[in-house]
Design a binder for this molecule. Structure first.
Ligand SMILES: Cc1ncc(COP(=O)(O)O)c(C=O)c1O
Length: 380
């Protein structure tokens, strides 16, 4: 038996809708499947405005072009994915790293204010593994200092914070539908604009459509479209949106399966105090949880390495996660040192993610739980 780390879900409708998109003869962007995905997301998330994008990375780039970031600073956790920092640098901004808290590896709200300067324009939060950041104090800080809050919801689609879906609480939410995410279309994303300012939405539409007012033209609001601003090509192909729509239709079912698997792990780790384990995922204390990741944190790097090796030899895939950005080659080029964020530097070597996906059958779940338990009992 084999337990794979991730198997992207396949419903019966992806091929059907892709075939339909091809038959409709419109495989570029902004056709009927893009509109279907956009409306579905606006309805499900209760978002004021969704723009479908080619990736979460591109949604982030679009935001930083939109808020004219050049020469301003963005505060973000170092324990994070490179797209966030890259999108800031590409738009001429400065990255300011901060700490995560030990409870859920999301941004430490107590460490943000000390990093705010007259140059700060935004706080970027990452909802790690689908667990929500504590948004209320973050929004209060943003109000106090007139900052934007950008939510990186790459991993947090369909998790919530106090009855609001993640990505709809800050000023902007950037989602990912990459193959590795709960709902996927290979490569894809979406931007939620949580402001009713029509001129801001129009500016975002223009950036997304190669710096043209093509979206207004498509709605029949202008007679022709032309170059109106800086912009890029962030609208996904209808083929991808057809795939995504099939997945969005069954989103709740996929969430249920993942939550069920998460509970299996949670019960296993609650039932036994394994001597090598320091902590493990506990879900989202603030609301609904999409069970994107189940992680364990070992007491030592050596335990984590032995655990992964032993699982691998039993055909179970388990992986570490982010290399904190301040430790990476680029982080060092920006002037950061290992000592700047010691917890992040340490936890990244001790954290291991376990297989979790909605295609896992009961016999594989039982096999995975049993093997993990046995390996952990031997790790002393
Ligand atoms: C926190 C975070 N942000 C951004 C991304 C990038 O998403 P995408 O591949 O859709 O650009 C990822 C990808 O895993 C991520 O984990």
């Amino acid at each position: 038996m084999k337990s794979l780390f991730n198997v992207p879900y396949k419903s019966n409708n992806e091929l059907l809708y892709i075939q339909d998109a091809i038959q409709l003869g419109k495989t570029g962007g902004d056709g009927c499947y893009t509109a279907l995905c956009q409306r579905k997301l606006e309805e499900v998330l209760k978002s004021n405005k969704i723009l479908m994008t080619t990736s979460c990375t591109h949604a982030l780039e679009l935001v930083f072009e939109l808020i004219e970031l050049k020469d301003f600073e963005v505060i973000m956790p170092s324990y994070n994915y490179p797209s966030t920092a890259n999108s800031v640098l590409l738009k001429g901004g400065k990255v300011v790293f901060t700490e995560v808290n030990k409870e859920n590896l999301c941004i430490d709200v107590h460490k943000i204010e000390e990093k705010i300067t007259p140059k700060t324009k935004a706080i970027l939060v990452v909802h790690y593994g689908g667990t929500s950041c504590d948004m209320e104090p973050i929004m209060a800080l943003a109000d106090k200092y007139h900052l934007y809050v950008v939510e990186d919801v790459a991993q947090g689609f369909l998790s919530s914070y106090k009855n609001k879906w993640l990505g709809t609480i800050g000023h902007f939410g950037c989602y990912s539908f990459h193959e590795t995410k709960n709902i996927n279309c290979g490569e894809g994303g979406a931007l939620s604009i949580n402001s009713i300012d029509h001129s801001l939405i129009e500016k975002a539409e223009n950036i997304r459509q190669k710096g043209t007012n093509r979206s207004a033209y498509d709605r029949g609001e202008v007679a022709f479209y032309e170059w109106v601003s800086k912009g890029s090509s962030y609208s996904p192909s209808e083929i991808l949106m057809a795939y995504l729509f099939a997945q969005l239709e069954v989103a709740e079912l996929l969430q249920m399966r993942r939550r069920d698997l998460f509970q299996h792990y949670y019960k296993l780790f609650q039932a036994t105090a394994y001597p090598s384990i320091e902590a493990f995922s506990s879900g989202n204390m603030y609301g609904a949880f999409n069970a994107h990741i189940f992680y364990v944190i070992f007491k030592t790097e050596n335990y984590a390495r032995c655990f992964m090796e032993q699982l691998r030899s039993n055909n179970i895939n388990a992986y570490t996660h982010f290399i904190p950005l301040h430790l990476s080659k680029m982080g060092k080029n920006l002037g950061y040192h290992k000592e700047d964020f010691p917890y992040e530097a340490s936890v990244c070597k001790r954290l291991v993610r376990l297989p979790i996906h909605s295609m896992m059958e009961q016999d594989t779940i039982d096999f995975t739980m049993k093997e993990i338990h046995e390996v952990l009992m031997r790790l002393k």
